[in-house]
Design a protein. Sequence first.
Length: 155
Amino acid sequence: MLGTATGTEELTLTIAQEIHVNAPLETTFAALLEQLTTASEHPDGTPMPMKLEPRPGGRWYRDIGGDNGHYWGTVQAIKRPTLLEMYGPLFMSYPVINNVQYRLSEVPGGTLITFRHSAFGLIQEEHRKGVNVGWNYIHEQARLRAERLHADSTR
């Protein structure tokens, strides 16, 4: 049986975002890590218990207890507080590889997070359509968390 010919566009996914945060670099990085782990939730507010071992080679995974869960990725690079890069299947349980990169830099008034998600493989249409919703929610929550932490620290 022969497979269907597939163009490169059908095998790739690229998302690039810039998130402006009115908080210092260190506060923003800490808030981002928290949002990707202990504060992780679906856009409807349902908790999504994620764990991240923030070191090179560390795992990022969904922990549903009893040694059950779903592996999302491995930390490829981390340079606190300016870089977090991970690779792995993420939420895609099929032949695919993802690279997720957060670069943080100081800008007037706070921090700029430059985000890039690149994927290559047999990407399902439902994931292609829904991934922006998920990342937008995560990034908005991280921004709000960082700004709240910063406001609390200046009181």
